[in-house]
Design a protein around this ligand. Structure first.
Ligand code: BG6
Length: 460
């Protein structure tokens, strides 16, 4: 089958939709999380719930052939159990409108938020019950949308989904228990992903589905052997542990050893291993913003502010002095890292890849009605060049989708941090009318899409 390289843009439901409490939507973990004063919550977001037709029109004007978004579990099943027909109708409208304009819809089932009801009921992902509820939700989605939707993501950035308590709703105060829970939740998610894929095979013939990873391009800070070892551990503990599980159904040995040593290895039931090992995804989604510099931990390092998966191990964050850093891109800008990271992932798993997120955060300003975001154009063009090279070198890359189609609420830093090709006229404190204004990068991307890739013939 020959197909064209897909040119996309991405969003996620809780960051873009708004429509809080409308159309039978239930309460999600992200609706009840506490947000610092002066930072936008998700209740209005970019008000896509009321602007979706206009948004798809803009996508068509841009020339997109792919729209990567997510289903909001609580719009489809308010309490995580009962189907909400209004929610299904909303996504049917969105999907049909995309298809009408030749845009392939690419939804992700789980992008950070989940029904608060399931957290109240049994602790969310802490419980195995969540596996059944997730698989049931996935089954409904496959049944109602699978006739038209053929490309799917399972879980977005499992690493963040399990670690961010305000997203998964688990606020365990005891640090040790919290670590145990995190790894148990991750294990349940992996099992749920596999079971959902099994159902997918029967309901969506010719469909493609896979995980969306937060790609970790890990560089050792120096050639000092301890830094090299630290970087290898980081690669296993921040990325391979999730992808090895998604693709092969097992953890890297180093990770198993780490979890076991700390008493965090998850509880497994009989029969799980067979499910984990026998079901394989079709593709891997790549989210990439920057590379990560890692060094060996020193005696007096304060690591208390680092995310939980940095606990009790040998590595910590280093500093890459070779990269240009900005206010919102504090790890630096590294287009080549996109190529290197994708190459490593392809060589390890031999599955087609698709860039599902890549973009530059900036506090854009409107001047005389225009947003001249040259910095974003520079970032995107350098990253797309790396994709072009990747394809040229014979690797199967299905498409590139930038984060984000339009400005939306950042995962935890509100509306001051913008990624969109389309400006949304609102501030953290005032949602205004959420008027859409295409930025300069919108027109640049439009031309870039028209130009296409030099090597489309690699697409077989
Ligand atoms: C990815 C997420 O981690 O990065 C998105 O999938 C998120 O949901 C994006 O918005 C950018 O991160 P942030 O924190 O700047 O919004």
């Amino acid at each position: 089958m020959t197909h064209s390289f897909l040119w996309g843009a991405s969003t996620s439901a809780f960051q873009v939709e708004g429509g809080y409490g409308e159309g039978g939507k239930g309460i999600a973990t992200t609706d009840v999380r506490s947000v610092p004063d002066g930072i936008a919550d998700n209740k209005v977001a970019a008000d896509h719930y009321h602007h979706w037709k206009e948004d798809v029109r803009l996508m068509a004007e841009l020339g997109l052939t792919l729209y990567r978004f997510s289903f909001n579990w609580t719009r489809i099943m308010g309490d995580g159990k009962q189907v909400n027909e209004d929610g299904i109708a909303f996504y049917n409208g969105l999907i049909d409108e995309c298809l009408k304009h030749g845009i392939t819809p690419f939804p992700t089932l789980y992008h950070f938020e989940m029904p608060q009801h399931l957290v109240d009921l049994y602790g969310g992902w802490k419980s195995r019950e969540c596996i059944d509820d997730f698989v049931n939700y996935a089954k409904i989605c496959f049944e109602v949308f699978g006739d038209r939707v053929k490309m799917w993501g399972t879980i977005n950035e499992q690493m963040i989904a399990i670690a961010a308590k305000d997203l998964n709703g688990n606020h365990e105060a005891n640090a040790e228990q919290s670590m145990k829970d995190m790894y148990q939740m991750s294990y349940h998610m992996s099992l749920a992903e596999k079971k959902a894929i099994k159902v997918f095979r029967t309901l969506v013939p010719h469909g493609q589905i896979g995980p969306v990873c937060s790609m970790q391009v890990v560089y050792p800070e120096t050639p000092f052997p301890e830094d090299i070892r630290a970087a290898k551990d980081a690669q296993d503990f921040l990325q391979n542990c999730f992808l090895d599980m998604s693709i092969w159904g097992r953890y890297p040995q180093s990770y198993t050893n780490y979890l076991t040593k700390n008493g965090w290895f998850p509880m497994i039931e009989e029969g799980d291993q067979e499910i984990l090992a026998s079901i394989k995804p079709d593709l891997i989604g790549i989210n990439y913003y920057c590379s990560t510099c890692i060094r060996a931990r020193r005696k007096n390092d304060d690591t208390s502010k680092l995310p939980p998966f940095y606990r009790n191990n040998l590595f910590t964050l280093g500093n890459n002095t070779y990269l240009e850093k900005t206010r919102w891109m504090e790890f630096g800008i590294d287009p080549q890292g996109l190529y290197t990271g994708m190459r490593d992932i392809y060589e390890r798993y031999h599955l087609p890849l698709i860039v599902t997120e890549n973009g530059l955060a900036y506090s854009d300003v409107v001047e005389n009605g225009e947003i001249k975001d040259e910095y974003r154009i520079d970032y995107l063009s350098k990253h797309i060049d790396q994709c072009e090279q990747f394809v040229k070198d014979g690797y199967p890359l299905l498409g590139y989708s930038t984060w984000s189609f339009l400005d939306l609420v950042s995962s935890h830093q509100g509306f001051g941090k913008r990624y969109g090709l389309v400006f949304v006229d609102r501030t953290d404190e005032d949602a205004k009318e959420c008027k859409r204004i295409p930025k300069k990068s919108f027109y640049w991307y439009q031309n870039r899409i028209k130009k296409g890739l030099l090597n489309e013939e690699n697409f077989d």
